[in-house]
Design a protein around this ligand. Sequence first.
Ligand code: IDC
Length: 460
Amino acid sequence: MKRTLALLATCATALGLTTLAGPQAVAATGCKVDYTITSQWQGGFQAGVKVTNLGDPVSGWTLKWTWPDSGQKVTQGWNGTWSQSGSTVSATNLDWNRSLATGGSADLGFTGTFTGSNPKPTGFTLNGVACTGSTGGDTPTDPGNPGTGTPLSVNGQLKVCGVNLCNQYNRPIQLRGMSTHGIQWFSKCYNSASLDALANNWKADLLRIAMYVQEQGYETDPAGFTSRVNSYVDMAEARGMYALIDFHTLTPGDPNYNIDRAKTFFASVAARNAAKKNVIYEIANEPNGVSWTAIKSYAEQVIPVIRAADPDAVVIVGTRGWSSLGVSDGSNETEVVNNPVNASNIMYAFHFYAASHKDNYRATVSRAAAKLPLFVTEFGTVSATGGGTLDRTSTTAWLDLLDQLKISYANWTYSDANESSAAFKPGTCDGSDYSSSGVLTESGALVKSRISTTDNFPTS
Ligand code: IDC
């Protein structure tokens, strides 16, 4: 009897050990959360939530917390599927950020409302495990770029590597920023105060300088517009932002109509800005009513002019059908893939207006991004007219896709134009406040909430 019992006990121990197979087979868990209120206004706020997995890799996750104040509510979140039940918030991974390696992190964010004091939450869990590495509630991290660097100082000279835009460490990055409106009309919106706000409050990485060629633009005063563009390049550089020089051809749609002007203009701005690291050249805004071969021929004449003066800068080529990769003309990206511009260190422009351009355009970008370096040099949250109703669902789908693919973008427009694509309410540029939420349109608030999240540029 005694012997049997002893044997059973031994077996049980052995079985237990077999089941556990040693201490290393127990899944290691742990996490850390950095919760930062990035801006706050009357009754509303925006926060960034960075969750870092300190345990074994996971391939699907849910982050939860409970608000200490019952008045706090998430109204719109990004980079996850968000819900709130009572005072418990949960955010579950999207397809593209489902995997978190050990030490890997996901950057989430949301806008919310509050009553009372808006305390920071505690009690974060990742897949049900408490995030004891949490800094929530006490040490907010810098909502800006990590370290002391600006987007420009961290990334330095850009280059195209594979299908990506890469920084000085040859690592893919995404730049997020704003486009001016036509500088012939809205120069009052581009001054020290507005560009300070763009860099420091919006935390933009990029200013696109939209220099129309027609419509009272460059053709009416080449020297004057050239010098205005140069001064905006300097203002962006002084604030650590990249500057995208946009030769804003629109009507007529054939860029070859302006080829002599383009050669003169780019020879001048490329020579003047060659030593700078913050300049990107966009040689034709939106070719339309013209074949890809005609656009390619234009590019192959203008690019050498830029290279002769500024050999290492990235150049962006517009595409057919208002820079839709041909889709708006019934074509698609294959015409470019099969017949690319004969030049290196170039990218192709893709533009969209969220209320007009939806799933079939997104499918094209998803496909094309595997083969072509793409840069969304212009997009709107509204219809292609620049007006109409903001399409929040489509804009969010687009920006999630661009984030996932690390495609850089600039939003039309950082201006107070009386149209729904403008970020500021009419009259804003007559004042000096470009930072408070009260001056933003619905589009401005949405785009700012996306642009102002932490960049996390790789630095090695
Ligand atoms: C629009 C402006 C509008 C102006 C019009 C013509 O928002 O105020 O009257 O141009 O100059 C584009 C173009 C961009 C358009 C924008 C909205 O690149 O110049 O701006 N858009 O229509 N492509 C698709 C949309």
